[in-house]
Design a protein around this ligand. Sequence first.
Ligand code: ADP
Ligand code: ZN
Ligand code: ZN
Length: 818
Amino acid sequence: MQHFINVILPIPLEKLFTYSISASEFEILQPGMRVAVPFGKSKIYTALVYEIHLTPPEVYEAKEIHRILDEYPLVNEIQLKHWRWIADYYMCTMGEVFRSAMPSAFLLESETLILRNERGVVHEDDLKDDEFLVYEALQHQSMLRVDEIRAIVDIKNVLPILNRLLQKQIIILKDEIYERYKPKLVRYVKLGPRYTSEEKLEELLQSLTRAPKQSQVVLSLFQLQATTKKPVKVSDLELISGSSKAVIKALIDKGVLEEYQIQTDRISYDGTGNTFDLKALNEFQQKALEDIYLGFGANKVTLLHGVTSSGKTEVYVKLIEECINRGKQALYLLPEIALTTQLISRLQDYFGEKVSVYHSKYSIHERVEVWNNVLAKKEKAKIVIGARSALFLPYSDLGLVIVDEEHEGSFKQFDPAPRYHARDAAIVLSTLHQSNIILGSATPSLESYYNAQNGKYGYAHINRRYGNVLMPEIELVDLKEQIRKRRMKGHFSERLLQEITETLNNGEQAILFQNRRGFAPILECTTCGHSPQCPNCDVSLTYHQFKKQLRCHYCGHHIALPERCEACGSPSLDTKGFGTEQVEEELKGLYPNAKIGRMDLDTTRGKYGYEKIITAFEQQELDILVGTQMLTKGLDFRNVNLVGIMNADSLLNFPDYRAHERSFQLLTQVAGRAGRTQKRGKVIIQSYNPYHQILKQVSTNDYEGMFKEQLYEREQFLYPPLNRIIKITFKHRNFNTLNDAAEWFSKSLRNVFKKGILGPEYPPVARIRNQYLKNVIIKIPLGQPLGKTKNSIKRIENSFNAISQFRSVRVIYNVDHI
Ligand code: ADP
Ligand code: ZN
Ligand code: ZN
């Protein structure tokens, strides 16, 4: 009898692929194990076994697998179900989920390298358009991975093109298969097995009398073993005995010493091993905890709505303790930017070694270690704290999922597929594990609060700060008026400056917030109004003072700061809009003695960039911290008494139906950084429009009011949570093709759905990296079955792809787009 496996390949294929296996392979293989398989003409991929069966594929001859890569499954059944849900719900392929779910070290694919064939003769006229793109990409870099080529030329299916180019002898392939993950190995030594008895040992020392150096090494080894009672590292032995590597090696070669290795974890808790007792909850936290258990008892997702600094984290800690006491695993999810050392060490204080961290800034090696620890259900991975990708670890027995800062938009993956929302995928994961799940926030998303209101979710509320600390006092400053009365210094109102001065005089700290989402600083000619544009994208270049450059934030294109206007030649160039850099610069002029730091994407690159700034601020090496949204989340600074918001308008005016909700959340969260101790904190919000409803709601802490008003608007304009939306983006380098394609697709959608189709429309930046973009939005009423709707869309896409002119247009789905 012949056996087959269906595998997931780490590429966007609509269907699983079938390979044949031998009888002996059948004995070994299980779903979740990896196999190396040939694919296409010359590719080798790491694929994941999904199912094992007896049915040969209908339209192709099943190839044999190359080899089995695992002894046991790396991925369990629950994960496969979870992946299936993600692929179906977010309209992507299992392969895309597979690729993003696993540390790339596990995808030991043939890293196919494409090279120019130096000896080939190229007639450029003989090349088709797409072939020419690839050929051209290889002119700039002599060697590229298939994926890089795919990204550069942005063609769905680059492999056939590469095949044609191969036939034409224009390119050559270089296949390499290698294991990228290398565990960190430490070398240890012990006495060789021949010398374990007293007599033999005596003999050995006798024989070494004429080799004093070697004898010294052996004696040092005894000494080390006696004092530390632990395995002896080669490096320690070298140090203590004062001898060279060569001497130790000679002893190993003779068999006097034996070398061995212990695999050590990179991410190990370096604390003392002592942990603290959990804090006793106050009455409000206790009440919330009881309400949470009520929700859990009813098998409901439960929302913890607690104002900033109300002690939510301490409540989570209680839940975690209870979960691990039941012997189960706990997952604590946070948006990437909120995942700070502050929080990690807080959890380690309570749970010591049981805490593992999983984070995109960690190396591949570190991630593989956490994966393996979770898979083996090790004690040290009982509690995993991580950003959205931590969802994909191989949990077998989850008892609790915490989604902290659940309102955060960055939980939604934007690019590439799967474009999943980690909060929603976490809810599905908890259902699969039958585990408890809690969503926490000071400013819940409309979706979650809506679900709590209508009883779908459990709900717990803490409406005061821990220790009776008052909510900060919020003052709105009218920029228009301040300008009219000439009370501005640069971007600072008189009120804000007064408060900063007072804060500094009191030896306290201040945070100044300037978001970059609205207007980034651009260079503008005051004579003719021209501002330099990116040649590849439809945006103005952004001014970076520090490097004296103009940069494109979409494609990275940059030029040196021009001295004259490139259009009219005038030297009168000025910056318009302002970013964190400019705020910092002005502050330095206004407060030459203050120590000022800046936290934004530019200053926090690198693994510990973010931590360094936070620590400096925490330890009061800085007086003022200027930053973007990065500094809104989960930070607990004791000495901050003032928060200034430089300009609230750019947030409020953002062209998006969520702009108001998001502004409320962001402003409330930033304000929440002020006055977390006994003294009441102060928040100054500068705005051209201080009577804006949202600003009023922020200043009076009126979440309810904001919710009601926004929900009403969403209802009127058919947006979530009362409708679902799917955004389809079309992408092509030819303007006309793109327009025709988007038009064709939306017309077909209108034929099927009659209403709820918006667009096609150009996004605010309608060309990126020389690709034109157009969006269509589909609004789906809650009653309409989602699965059927998606099938209809997919059917339209199939017909669309059958039209040769549209085949190279990329179609990107974003379900629940935010
Ligand atoms: P949130 O997560 O809601 O912003 P935190 O959990 O960070 O609030 O709590 C704010 C501050 O109050 C922290 O410094 C925390 O240590 C302290 N705190 C909270 N609950 C307790 C408690 N039950 N006992 C002692 N201190 C507490
Ligand atoms: Zn000009
Ligand atoms: Zn650009």
